[in-house]
Design a protein. Structure first.
Length: 452
């Protein structure tokens, strides 16, 4: 297994956790075993009371921004339940939830800060943390966190706490949920091509051999991973370590390993012959998968409800596995952490904090994990959930690369990933060999970082 973080520490639910204020710790390679005794006393399963007079909580509206899929369907229904419970316990308080797509949410935080209209509490990803703190859109909640009972704080995954704690006495959010990507397989296509789904595929070479067989049977292997830098990272992760991805801001240079970049591009160039030119995330690619014409698609747990509905209507037979890597001990994927942040200017911060600590507590995140199959920051909740989707997401996170590391250090240049995107386009168009492309990429990215 590739080295993923600076310190190796196995996590068990029965252990007492100490808040990490330095380097983050790794996710365990297996889900925590369900505790035989309650980890958190009953008193800690409720949100702590806000230290404000009852009169001050009357007729208060909290503006709460979240991701679209957490404001609709199953996630939305559950979030509305949490909100109703909180409002019932706080007469006169109303929480106005607004769902936004990822890009819309990121842009909204920037523009609302500029216009002094930040929501009281909002969700985001740690990949945007440096940008949000740079524009002073995130309140430092370190003291509030440390004031919480140890029985509450000890529920949480140390690494995910570490992600939002970039330095001593600085914590900018509460980690909420995590995500990662993995490989969905169309079992109908595999069987039609004469492939046994039980046959494990551990490497790119074995994966290519399957795609060749699938193509010869009249089907497509997978979509293109050139169309978006995020797609490319899903595959590059199968060759690279965290030390070979992201930006070294101290030395103003990219951390991409040119040899691993070449290796990844050569794999994608070979796979191109057996797949479709549509991007892996394109709707057209999803349609091919749903119509039993495409064997593989890389995405995350958010697509499972769509595939599950198709399976229930008997139009799709599928499963999911880890993304093969360049070697058997390496797997692909992209991972991230979703946090709950707070406006530094909100007059209602105490209530916003109480609401956030409520939905992050074990009873709520246990319900969340059971309903959505998403892993989250609360180890006590994770231990109580048995869900195959949560299991694969958790396992994939161990080997996946983060989107924009390091977090909460400095914002990426606006055109950093566009440089990568353009370079990939030049290689696949034949303007560069993979070797020439890698050399040009490193130069262009370093110039971009220096001149930002």
């Amino acid at each position: 297994m590739k080295k993923r973080f600076h310190v190796l520490l196995s996590i068990t639910i029965l252990a007492a956790f100490v808040l990490a204020s330095c380097a983050p710790q790794p996710l365990p390679t297996e889900l925590p075993v369900a505790a035989t005794k309650a980890v958190v006393p009953a008193a800690a399963t409720e949100a702590p009371a806000a230290e404000v007079p009852a009169a001050e909580t009357k007729n208060v509206t909290l503006e709460f921004w979240t991701f679209s899929d957490y404001a609709s369907d199953v996630g939305g229904d559950l979030m509305k339940t949490f909100i109703s419970e909180f409002e019932e316990a706080h007469p006169g308080v109303k929480i106005n939830m607004t769902g936004k797509g990822g890009d819309e949410l990121n842009t909204g935080i920037v523009t609302s800060k500029a216009s002094n209209t930040l929501p009281d509490v909002y969700m985001g990803t740690t990949s945007q943390g440096a940008l949000f703190t740079k524009i002073n859109a995130m309140k430092n909640v370190h003291d509030n966190w440390m004031a919480m009972p140890e029985t509450y704080r000890s529920q949480f995954n140390e690494e995910m706490i570490g992600e939002v704690t970039p330095e001593e006495n600085a914590m900018y959010a509460i980690p909420f949920t995590g995500y990662s990507t993995f490989l969905y397989r169309n079992l109908t296509v595999l069987k039609a091509a004469g492939i046994d789904p039980n046959e494990k595929v551990e490497t790119w070479d074995a994966w290519l051999a399957q795609m060749k067989t699938i193509n010869e049977a009249g089907y497509k292997g997978m979509g293109s991973f050139y169309n978006d830098w995020w797609d490319f990272t899903n595959i590059y992760s199968g060759a690279a370590t965290p030390e070979e991805w992201g930006i070294d801001f101290a030395n103003q240079k990219t951390m991409i390993n040119p040899d691993k970049y070449i290796q990844t591009v050569k794999f994608l160039e070979a796979a191109k012959a057996y797949g479709t030119e549509n991007g892996d995330q394109d709707q057209a690619t999803t349609d091919l998968f749903l119509s039993n014409k495409l064997a593989f698609i890389v995405t995350g747990p958010w697509m499972d409800p769509t595939f599950k509905a198709a399976k229930e209507s008997n139009s799709l037979d599928y499963d999911y596995v880890l993304i093969p890597g360049a070697t058997p001990d390496n797997k692909g994927g992209v991972r991230g952490t979703e946090f709950i942040g707070f406006s530094p200017d909100s007059p209602n911060f105490d209530l916003a904090w109480e609401f956030a600590t409520y939905i992050c507590d074990e009873p709520q995140l246990t319900r969340w994990g059971q309903a959505l199959g998403r892993f989250n920051s609360n180890n006590a909740a994770i231990a109580k959930v048995e869900n195959s989707l949560l299991q694969i997401t958790y396992e994939a996170a161990v080997s996946s690369l983060f989107e924009r590391p390091p977090h909460f250090v400095d914002a990426y240049p606006g055109n950093y990933y566009q440089v990568l995107q353009d370079n990939l386009a030049q290689i696949t168009a034949g303007e560069f060999t993979p070797e020439e492309g890698a050399e040009d990429l490193i130069k262009q990215l370093n110039d971009t970082i220096v001149n930002q």
